[in-house]
Design a protein around this ligand. Structure first.
Ligand SMILES: [Zn+2]
Ligand SMILES: [Zn+2]
Length: 81
């Protein structure tokens, strides 16, 4: 069964705020309480490459990345492996 490497602490996602360059905090998996993601800017994951929110959705784990400094947030879709 596919598992999200981020949820399982196998990897860390390093994403930086485009506004203030602070490192974004991973607020965890968002699919349980956030649907749809339309009002968030869906960003490609930095490390995972060509992952898009509309393909193989069940194998993607959406993580809300938040900047604690300025409040910027975006959803990164982590490919489950
Ligand atoms: Zn996850
Ligand atoms: Zn920021």
């Amino acid at each position: 069964m596919a598992q999200c490497p981020l949820c399982n602490s196998l990897t860390e996602l390093e994403v930086f705020c485009p506004k203030c360059e602070n490192r974004l905090d991973d607020s965890g998996k968002v699919s349980d309480y956030l649907e749809p993601y339309a009002h968030y800017e869906a960003a490609e994951t930095v490390k995972m490459g060509d992952v898009y929110p509309n393909t193989a959705r069940e194998q993607l784990c959406p993580h809300l990345m938040v900047c604690q400094q300025c409040g910027y947030d975006e959803v990164h879709f982590i490919k489950e492996v």
